[in-house]
Design a protein around this ligand. Structure first.
Ligand SMILES: *Cc1c(COP(=O)(O)O)cnc(C)c1O
Length: 391
């Protein structure tokens, strides 16, 4: 929509630099080795003295993983990146790099549940307090700030309600108070949101979702400046050792080739299905930032150039009926995670607020199947559950 040349991303993933070590191979080989050897002790010492500039040991640098890190950094508009064994390994490393005992974190309240648990229940035990705020309210953010606030943690859009934070405003406030900013950018992907270009310090992704894109790996990445990543290398990366394996990096490299292509198609399918649901009288809300009806649709256009196909809906139906509907779907499988080729649905417990409102919140992930068939699948199962749909 605004500031980005999308085709540039297409070239970045399609074109790889190659060197003569790989005989002109068009894909990066898998360096399936734990250690690297040296012709002399002089060379060995020169390498170990500057461990992260050389290939010494795979819990450090591995050429296959390094190649992926360079590609992800370029795509996101960052100087450097580090891959991890999961999104949570990347997220916890990034957070730990920004705080110490006695510090305070302000985090968006609709953040990914496991991240919230890490801040609220785990880090609190090490003397780091967190306050969770409504991410749509800058007043709430200002109010939560304390003299010892050292980190503002964002996730835009958020995991279940797809609310946005105003990234430029959060960055401006962080700079004013001398705090760092981290964003979980998993939903928009490096193709559709480049937070580092808006001044965010670190961007983190669960690679297990869109970047991997084939439901066959779990991984994570932290992207930022050379200095930030150097500090993470020396501490959280080395000390916790949560690396991505070369085999997994190779699968991610393969998936990355089609990331812009997949995102373009997924975005289209997601919006088509979301718009069908929006037309139904028994759907109280569709939470998708790409829809005009989303309260922050205009803000989204100023900081994202597109979006994903994961969204949620609120159904004004009894929870039992929603379950019958969801269980009868053929194409939408019941399961966690998202970002692959297959459509998914989760329609579980109601919160107290939903019970009061008489609604059920359902998370939908629209995959690469034909959206007309996906909509047909929904109509069929709604009818089977006794719910009449409109065009
Ligand atoms: C899945 C997910 C994570 C966690 O990533 P893992 O790879 O499962 O550890 C973090 N943030 C968001 C938004 C996610 O969807």
């Amino acid at each position: 929509m605004s500031h980005q040349n999308k085709k540039h991303d297409w070239t970045l993933v399609a074109h790889d630099g190659h060197d003569e070590r790989h005989y002109g191979a068009v894909t990066m080989p898998i360096y399936q080795n734990s250690l690297f050897t040296f012709p002399s002790h002089d060379a060995f010492e020169a390498a170990t003295d500057r461990f992260f500039d050389h290939y010494v040991y795979t819990r450090g640098n591995n050429p296959t993983v390094r190649h992926l890190e360079e590609r992800l950094a370029a795509l996101e508009g960052g100087e450097a990146a580090r891959c991890f064994g999961s999104g949570m390994a990347a997220i916890t490393a990034a957070i730990m790099s920004a705080v110490k005992s006695g510090d305070h974190v302000v985090c968006v309240d609709q953040v990914y549940g496991v991240t919230k648990r890490f801040l609220e229940q785990y880090l609190s035990g090490f003397g780091v307090e967190s306050t969770f705020v409504d991410g749509t309210s800058l007043a709430a953010l200002e109010e939560a700030i304390r003299p010892n606030t050292k980190l503002l943690y964002m996730e835009s859009p958020t995991s279940m309600r797809f609310e946005l934070q105003d990234l430029r405003e959060w960055v401006a406030i962080a700079k004013r108070i001398g705090a760092k900013t981290i964003i979980d950018n998993t939903w928009a992907t490096p193709c559709y949101q480049k937070p580092l270009l808006l001044g965010v310090d670190l961007s983190v992704h669960s690679i297990s979702k869109y970047i991997g894109g084939h439901s066959d790996i779990v991984g994570g990445v932290v992207i930022g400046s050379k200095n930030e990543l150097k500090a993470i290398n020396g501490n959280e990366f080395t000390l916790f050792g949560g690396i991505m394996s070369p085999q997994n990096a190779s699968l991610v490299l393969r998936g990355l080739r089609t990331l812009p292509l997949r995102m373009q198609q997924l975005q289209e399918h997601g919006l088509e299905v979301a718009r069908f649901l929006q037309r139904q009288t028994f759907v109280a809300a569709v939470h998708h930032p790409g829809l005009d009806a989303h309260p922050q649709h205009e803000l989204g256009k100023t900081q994202m150039s597109g979006g994903g196909s994961l969204f949620s809906i609120e159904l004004k139906l009894p929870v039992e009926q929603v379950r019958v509907w969801a269980d009868k779907l053929d194409y939408f499988r019941i399961g966690v995670s998202w970002g692959g080729y297959e459509s998914l649905i989760i329609a579980t417990r109601q919160s107290d607020e939903q019970k009061r409102n008489g609604t059920v919140l359902v998370r939908m992930y629209v995959g690469l199947e034909d959206p007309v068939e996906l909509i047909g699948d929904m109509r069929r199962s709604f009818a089977a559950a006794g719910v009449e749909t409109m065009v």
